[in-house]
Design a protein around this ligand. Structure first.
Ligand code: ADP
Ligand code: MG
Length: 373
């Protein structure tokens, strides 16, 4: 999606990812042989250096990269890296990220460091109460890295699931809603936020994004934007950031986590906002004027298309049906294999009212791969 936006602005993009058919490489044909994409892992310092040799500005679409290599390249070559490697380092360790936010005065719920031993996890249960959320500090995504410890009996199961990873724990947050705000910051430090949205997760994976956030208290959405902007201002570097938050019944907002890149909760911006998160990410890292983050439709919903099995045909038949729904934009990611819970694409519905968009959503939910939702 970033590459699609880049092509409209004649920006050449060189991709580092594994395989010649990685989704982003399917979009951008190299304009010259020197700009050929790089085949390799984004955790491989040699491959990151090879990529850096071909470009003027480096950015990431995932935070699980070798941030030390990026820091070295920035120092040695003076090339811009966005967001700052230091920001990527803080964010890629969720415990360090929480400590950073807490120290900066951003609202986060209780969290503690935990050793990967049964005694340490039991003590954490006594300290935080049950249930609590045990999390891997690193390499977590789509809930792969989280374990809900419901009681002291579940400590062994928790260790079986996450025991070989560096851990920390969070107090259980009894949220009323999960919400998110995309924030864009320019190289010169200007910050703009997109409207607050509600995110609905199923089995720890984002299922729906409902835009804009509706709440009995109309001030909540603006407050969420403020919380997100203040958090992003504590971090260095340009680009878009996805700020995931918990909204409690009493109106309190806690930050859950920040993504230093375009984010699933911002996909709706492609059809629903004056400038998409992808275009604004490019504008930010290339020091171009930022675009408006305003909504251009009254209502929008994004629905993720998750794999239910290895079958690719159930993805395409869902997409074929989605094409019959008015106001529905289909995005398929070109991934060669499907599996349960894998993000294979998404759809965004736009309309004149929440009621219209929800009516358009209903038949799609009934036909999701893997059964109705
Ligand atoms: P990921 O990196 O997989 O997105 P998150 O830390 O955002 O991991 O957790 C995934 C989901 O798990 C959240 O969106 C939320 O639904 C739930 N969750 C995470 N932390 C807590 C918590 N402390 N209390 C209650 N639910 C939580
Ligand atoms: Mg998350």
């Amino acid at each position: 999606m970033l590459v699609a936006s880049a092509s409209l602005l004649n920006i050449n993009v060189v991709i580092l990812d594994q395989g010649p058919n990685a989704p982003a490489k399917q979009i951008a044909a190299p304009r010259t042989p020197e700009l050929a994409h790089v085949d390799g892992a984004f955790s491989d310092p040699a491959k990151i250096r090879e990529l850096a040799g071909k470009v003027d500005v480096l950015t990431v679409e995932i935070e699980h990269v070798d941030a030390h290599a990026l820091a070295d390249i920035e120092k040695e070559t003076g090339k811009a890296v966005h967001p700052a490697p230091r920001t990527i380092q803080i964010i890629q360790d969720k415990f360090a990220q929480k400590e950073w936010l807490a120290k900066a005065g951003c609202a986060v719920s209780g969290f503690v460091d935990v050793d990967s031993t049964p005694e340490a996890i039991r003590q954490t249960g006594e300290k935080l109460g049950y249930p609590f959320m045990l999390k891997s500090r690193t390499l977590a995504y789509d809930g792969r890295g989280n374990f809900v410890v419901e009681s002291a009996d579940k400590v062994e199961d928790a260790l079986k699931a996450l025991g070989n990873r560096p851990l920390y724990a969070e107090k259980w947050v009894p949220f009323a809603k999960e919400i998110a705000v995309m924030v864009v910051r320019s190289a010169s430090g200007e910050v703009r936020s997109y409207p607050a949205v509600e995110t609905v997760h199923k089995e720890n994976i984002c299922h729906l994004v409902i835009c804009p956030l509706r709440s009995s208290d109309p001030a909540v959405a603006a407050r969420a934007q403020d919380v997100a902007e203040e958090a992003v201002k504590t971090l260095e570097g340009a680009g878009v950031f996805g700020v995931e938050m918990f909204l409690l019944d009493d109106g309190k907002i806690y930050i859950n986590e920040i993504a230093p890149r375009p984010h699933n909760s911002g996909h709706y911006t492609i059809e629903a906002c004056e400038t998409s998160q992808y275009e604004n990410h490019l504008r930010a890292i290339l020091d171009l004027p930022l675009g408006s983050t305003s909504l251009k439709v009254p209502s929008a919903i994004m629905l993720n298309i998750l794999g239910a099995s290895p079958s690719l045909s159930e993805i395409t038949s869902f997409a074929d049906f989605a094409l019959t729904v008015p106001g529905c934009a289909v995005h398929l990611y070109g991934k060669a294999e499907s599996r349960k819970g894998r993000k294979m694409g998404h759809i965004t519905l736009t309309g004149d009212s929440d009621a219209q968009v929800r009516a358009r959503l209903r038949p799609l939910l009934e036909r999701l791969p893997g059964g109705p939702s």
